[in-house]
Design a protein around this ligand. Structure first.
Ligand SMILES: [Mg+2]
Length: 393
């Protein structure tokens, strides 16, 4: 079997004008979908991370570098084709664009392999004693504006609990901003720690002791001392994890991790097991949070090996659209090191309306269909509806 083509799409949608909550920047800003085609007639879908590079750089990387790199290759060589290797990074448009493009290709090639074998990926990749299509998810939301009442966080958490979720994650309130993800990451907006302590205590009180609470600070705490002070409150409140407290830096994470009993999570933008290994060896994290749209499927298998070797927990990051979600879900079902899968409850119709059989979570569990490969079918009409750009070759 040979790769004969790579179709590239940008998908995006409008957020209703009166939508009261912040929304991930890629929903309106756009993200990329790819279709790898072969001479056998089989094709596979993939979704690179919108956080790897600005979208125009991702498109150039796919058109100028990835397409010629892939043509003629055999999808069965997925491990060598999609090997993430920072020392070999000599790409015109940058490492992060190339890495997340490779991650998307990894999803597509595994989709093709599964379709050829007529088996869902979670069965092909399974490392559990018993094969299961069920995955424990956590509700990921808790996004409000600074101008909103923090009571909205309590309402959302209680609603998630009512729906059967046993775990829910929230964020510090966001300023109203038109900044892209990249601009915002250069200068993360400051947060009101006192208010956050207050709301964390209220959440624990309202939700009860057995409910899993976690917070993703998005690297917004400006110094280690404040992160440790806040983390000690989370320790007392028995939080499930504390994600990205400060800017991504191994020494700082080592200091914060070692002062707290609440697990520190990081890794949504790490593209390789090699990168995770540096952090794990430096004792700078507790919970590995890779995403199949940045690391790719093959690399996450290696990251799971690392988690096993160092006895660390893995909770897959999962925040974008339907194709990446499928890839992450199959990995979560297959890997015993993965204890939970993130499940976004924020506004994004491209997570459900792009595919013919949307994912459903019941009582906190997502069940995968028995369809081959990634187990999804893209609805052509809906793809056209969300499509903002395409280049089919
Ligand atoms: Mg995060």
């Amino acid at each position: 079997m040979k790769i004969t083509g790579l179709d590239i799409f940008i998908i995006k949608t409008k957020v209703p004008k009166d939508w009261p909550y912040p929304v991930a920047s890629f929903v309106e800003g756009g993200s990329v979908l790819i279709k790898v085609k072969t001479d056998s007639g089989l094709f596979g879908w993939g979704e690179p991370s919108p956080y790897g590079s600005p979208i125009e750089i991702m498109i150039k990387t796919l058109m100028d570098e990835m397409r010629p790199y892939l043509l003629g290759k055999n999808p069965h060589d997925v491990s060598t084709i999609t090997q993430q290797d920072e020392t070999k990074a000599k790409h015109i448009y940058g490492q992060a664009a190339w890495s997340s493009a490779l991650a998307g290709v990894s999803q597509a090639l595994w989709d093709i392999i599964g379709k050829e074998k007529n088996l869902p990926l979670y069965k092909i990749l399974n490392r559990k004693e018993e094969v299961s299509n069920k995955i424990l998810t956590y509700a990921s939301g808790g996004m409000i504006y600074e101008s909103s009442s923090v009571d909205l966080l309590l309402e959302e958490a209680l609603e998630a609990k009512d729906k059967g979720f046993t775990n829910w994650k929230f964020r510090p309130p966001s300023p109203v901003s038109n900044l892209s993800h990249f601009e915002r990451n250069k200068n993360p907006p400051a947060i009101n720690t006192e208010q956050l302590i207050d709301v964390s205590k209220k959440l624990r009180q309202k939700l009860g002791d057995g409910f899993g609470l976690m917070i993703d600070v998005g690297c917004r705490i400006s110094d280690n001392e404040t992160a440790i002070m806040f983390g000690k409150v989370l320790d007392e409140l028995n939080f499930r994890f504390f994600e990205e407290p400060v800017k991504r830096n191994i020494e700082d994470y080592h200091k914060v991790t070692n002062q707290l009993s609440t697990p520190i999570g990081i890794g949504e933008c790490f593209f390789s097991a090699h990168e995770f290994k540096k952090w794990v060896k430096a004792d700078a994290l507790n919970t590995l949070q890779p995403d199949a749209n940045f690391a790719g499927i093959t690399e996450i298998l290696k990251i799971a090996d690392l988690a096993k070797e160092y006895k660390k927990e893995m909770i897959l990051h999962n925040w974008t659209n339907a194709v990446s979600m499928a890839a992450n879900a199959h990995l979560a079902a297959a890997l015993p090191e993965c204890s939970m899968l993130e499940y976004s409850i924020t506004f994004n119709p491209m997570r459900s309306e792009l595919i013919t059989h949307p994912f459903e979570v019941k009582s906190g569990y997502l069940s995968l269909l028995d369809a081959p490969g990634l187990g999804i079918e893209i609805d052509q009409k809906d793809l056209e509806r969300f499509c903002d750009f395409k280049d089919l070759q």
